[in-house]
Write a protein that binds this ligand. Sequence first.
Ligand code: SAM
Length: 206
Amino acid sequence: MYDPLVRFLSLFIGGARGLEVMWTSVINEMDATSGKKALDVCCGTGVMCARIADVVGADGVVVGIDLSEKMLKGAEKRNRRKDNVRFYLSNAEEISCDDGYFDCASITFGLHEMPHQVRMNVLCEMRRVIKPGGKIVVLDYSYPTNKLVQCLFAIWMFVEGKTAKDFIKRDLSFMIRDAGFNNIKKSVCSYNTVQIVSGVRSGDAR
Ligand SMILES: C[S@@+](CC[C@H](N)C(=O)[O-])C[C@H]1O[C@@H](n2cnc3c(N)ncnc32)[C@H](O)[C@@H]1O
């Protein structure tokens, strides 16, 4: 059910091509090159994981985590032919892996589903498992600037609910900075309804 819904919603942002542009921008921003260890938090049905797996190749590894068994089943099915992807049922606030294990990490359309404190816990936990100098890339909603798009977006936010409405009022770049990342970079796409924000994990102790 989730994948058809995404396909339907993507019609408002340029269809399959619009989605492709978003996913590719995330991967480019992550610096997920061959041999890297990458984490995708709130991986859902594993769309991002599949793409990252192709880029990191056989010498790399991709770990996808999600709270929903149903989503993970879809993710496993989608990635069944890929040997370099693993999925785990896990709360993103407590990821069972060593500090600094991953080279890079992504979270797409995950943060808007959480209350603010949980979002911050998740970003801090992602920082813990990324090595110093490694990158985080977050893709999520952004408040559009165009009046007409704002009207349509408001309807969608009503459907999405309380946490999404709270999310778009806040500044994602500040959240990522406050979680302990620097070199924050932001871009927007899909009529400004989606933002991609990246940061680099500093080496300093927090
Ligand atoms: C809107 S879906 C996005 C899925 C995928 N990243 C995408 O872009 O299509 C949000 C996902 O976040 C997961 N999620 C929400 N809170 C979570 C948490 N605390 N820990 C792990 N996963 C969580 C949900 O189960 C859901 O699969």
